[in-house]
Design a protein around this ligand. Sequence first.
Ligand code: GLA
Length: 340
Amino acid sequence: MDKKIKSGIADAYKNYFNIGAAINPELLSFGSELIRTEFNSITCENEMKFSSVHPTPGKYTFDRADTVFNFALSNNMKMRGHTLVWHNQTGSWLFENDNGEKLGKTDKEILYSRMKEHIHMVVKRYAGKVYCWDVVNEAISDSDSENEYLRTDSPYYQISESEEYIEKAFAYAHEADSDALLFYNDYSTEVPAKREKIYRLLKSLINKGVPVHGIGLQAHYNICCDVNELRKSIDLFSSLGLTVQITELDISVYKPDERGMSFSEPPADRINSQTELYGEIFALLREKKDKISGVTFWGLTDNTSWLNTFPEKRNDYPLLFDANQKPKEAYGKVVDFAGK
Ligand code: GLA
């Protein structure tokens, strides 16, 4: 196979962990050289999600997913699978009977057999090539109360009324590719109350013999992120024997309470905070390298990040490359660590 000579972030981290980016076909036309130089792992931004590959019953559409997958394969990059079971970006038909009525608790076998068909179809298609899957995404409640454990606004939960649907999802994925590493993936994994609930779920799955191998920390941060909490999460989750990956890293320049604000240029003080934070995060990740098997950025350049439209339309600058595909100062912080 063609051994590429790299010189980007992935190369700098070759003795630590894979470095990836979430990519879509449009980003390939715009930045394939940058992607090839900087990364050795790819995730489909949206193209492998349920509604993308399985929009209606019995209909599968893999063209866009295959475009990204084939790019990864032909460039000798690793490919992460994202995602099989999530309450978002999933057709409502999955949770309805033939009359369009919501499935209830007594219909859960219908849901499980649809999940099995979907998971088998998607995972087997890429078996042996997609090395890991985010099997279940965001199943834990955001509530501070420890009594609210699983996310109840998920239609999966409303039908299953338990963590059984999560167990089934992992079992089906393992049947489809017994070599794939299977992840539970979530956001706010550094918030103490949510961290405890995720730990409880993972422990329960492991005790029941469910094939879960890793935990994905999405890491959609902002400039107020507390790196100490990330440290605690890495330590706690890896104490269960799971591998940890950072799966969707970005750092917004807005604080959580700054709705309605939009910077036409990135303010210097915020970019400085972001630069420092990227440096601190990667210093921690290097320290914890034995527990970490991959770090993926959610996107490629500032101007193409999803954060320019979420939680509202505004300019954000969350990544390592600017709109001209030039490395920002944070890039230097992440890459220049020799001797540190
Ligand atoms: C979540 C999902 C991702 C993506 C991001 C935002 O974190 O896991 O697939 O949708 O939100 O783009």
